[in-house]
Design a protein around this ligand. Sequence first.
Ligand SMILES: NC(=O)c1ccc[n+]([C@@H]2O[C@H](COP(=O)([O-])OP(=O)(O)OC[C@H]3O[C@@H](n4cnc5c(N)ncnc54)[C@H](OP(=O)(O)O)[C@@H]3O)[C@@H](O)[C@H]2O)c1
Length: 256
Amino acid sequence: MMSEKRGRALVTGASSGIGLEIAKVLASQNYDLIICARRKKELDDLSIKITNRYKVNCRVIVADLTTEEGVDLLVNNSEDVDILVNNAGFGILGDHFEMQLGRQLEMIELNIHALTRLSHEFGNLMVKKGKGRIMNVASIASYISGPSFAVYCATKAYVLSYSRALHKELKNKGVTVTALCPGYVTTGFQEVAGMELSKMEKLTSVPAKRVAEIAVKSMHKGKREVMPGIVNKPLPLVTKITPMWLQLIIVRWVLK
Ligand SMILES: NC(=O)c1ccc[n+]([C@@H]2O[C@H](COP(=O)([O-])OP(=O)(O)OC[C@H]3O[C@@H](n4cnc5c(N)ncnc54)[C@H](OP(=O)(O)O)[C@@H]3O)[C@@H](O)[C@H]2O)c1
C-alpha cells in the first residue's frame, strides 16, 4: 500500500550535485517534487528515476534563474509548496579584476537575487498557511572573505545572514528557515568554478548524498543552520578568533 503524500517540495539546481541528492531524499520521504535548473535532459532523467522509484509526482521546470524571466517562469508555474530548497548557485575562482564582470554579476543574480525572490514569494504563502520549511544553501565560504573568490564568498555571506534573520522573523509563524553551510563537496561545482581540489581538500570533502541527508534532517528539525562534516565545524570559531589580516593571507594561500 502506498503511504500518504507529505506535501510538495521545490528544489532549485536539482540537475546535479547537492540539489539532485536533496530531491532524491525528499522523494524518498514521499514529497511530490518540482525540480528546476537549466539542463532539461538531466532534470527529465531525474524525474523519471524519482517517479519510478518513489511513486511521487516530479515536475520539471527548465529556467535560467540568473534572469528575471527565469524566476518569473518558475514562480508562475509552481503551485504553493511546503518545502522550498534554494540550492542553485555557482562560484568562479579568480581575481575579481582579472575576470569578466558579467559572469560575476550573474553569480549575484542567482546566489542572491533569485534566492531572495523565491524565499519571498513562497515564504509569503507559507506564512499565510502557518506552515513551511525553507532551506537556503550557503557555504563555509559564508564565514570568510575570499581573495580570489571575492564575489562568491560575499554572496554566501549574504545567504547565511539573510537566512538567520528570516529564521528569527518567521519562527513563531510556523515557518522555519535553515541555512546549509557545506564545506568541500565533489560535484559539478568545481568544474564550473574552475578549481581543482587538492588531496587534502578531497579528504575533507563530504559526499553530496550525505550532505543532502544531513541537510534535510536538520531542515525538518527546524534548525537555523547546519554544517555537514566534522572538519568544517571549528571554522566559525576560528574566524572569530583569528585576526582578519591573517585570515586573508591564509584564504589567499589556500585558494591560489
Ligand atoms: N560543491 C561544493 O563544494 C559546495 C560547497 C558549499 C556550497 N555549495 C553550494 O551548493 C549549491 C549546489 O552546488 P553543487 O555543489 O551541487 O554544484 P553543481 O553540481 O554545479 O550544481 C549546481 C546546480 O545549480 C544549477 N544552476 C546553475 N546555474 C543556474 C542557473 N543560471 N539557473 C538555474 N539553475 C542553475 C545547476 O543546474 P544547470 O547547470 O542545469 O542550470 C545545478 O543543478 C550551490 O549553491 C553551491 O554554491 C557547494
